[in-house]
Design a protein around this ligand. Sequence first.
Ligand code: C5P
Length: 315
Amino acid sequence: MTGARPSSVTATAPAKVNLCLGVGPARPDGFHALATVYQAVGLLDRVTVRDADDVTVTVRAARDAAPATVAGVPTDEANIAVRAARLLAGHHGASRGAAIHIDKAIPVAGGLAGGSADAAAALLACDALWQLGTPWDELLSLAGQLGSDVPFALVGGTAVGSGRGEVVTPLICGGDYWWVVLESSVGLATPEVYRAFDVLAQSRSVPEPEVPAPLLEALRAQDVEKLGAALENDLQPAALHLRPELRSALELGGSRAPQVHGVLLSGSGPSCLFLCGSHADAVQLAAELDDAGHGPVAVAPGPVPGARLLPPEDV
Ligand code: C5P
């Protein structure tokens, strides 16, 4: 590539929700086969990388995020943005450094793929900082090595996820949806939820997962009411088994028809999602949940694009 080498680059990446999350039996590698529809929503982490001798990371809560939640994010080699930077450098056989700074707006360990968003943004930002010009298909492959949800954080929009979630097929369906995202002060570890799924599944045979046809029809028709009725999450019983107190918020949202079209747990939880027909309905439900002592609550539109480099003037 040509042009002046930037001394810092910023990228954003969105949270994801799973409109359906079909989970199959555990595979020999320990992962579960998934049939999911992802949607990227307007809760964005922002990752800035600066020239440095080694790869390091700092993390701060973005203005609206609860500061306590970022305390659980590792600031060493275990941080997925650090792993992303090292993987990208290694892919090019290069030894490179970057001081990574993450502004977190996405709840930590919330079932919203916040870590995956940071990895996707770090891949894009380091690629630009180091002027590597990595082809898109190679970035997607590196993303899949970092985590099951990372490729989707690059792609964004609405997309089918298969394999263990890392095989992403975009759906050209548009639409304009409003989500209320109810955070939980205590996160849930994804492996723990999958383990609970396996325990609950012991008494039955788990079929190969499929994306339900009514969900795809609702998306094609951009019909929020039908979409709400088609939402489903196979991890929800496992997560509610671990965190039964989440039921009351789900019930409160479920009782708010016709403003709320659907209610479900986000991914492996514990964040809860409420699909609303308009921004005004979403804001009203968020206020009600807040008044009822649930929270913190965010209102987010979907779908939104995947990870993006910010132009220098927007940084
Ligand atoms: O891929 P990722 O690092 O996000 O996965 C975290 C954990 O979630 C895995 O180690 C595994 O325990 C579980 N998982 C799974 N099946 C998937 C995705 C994740 O069992 N398809």
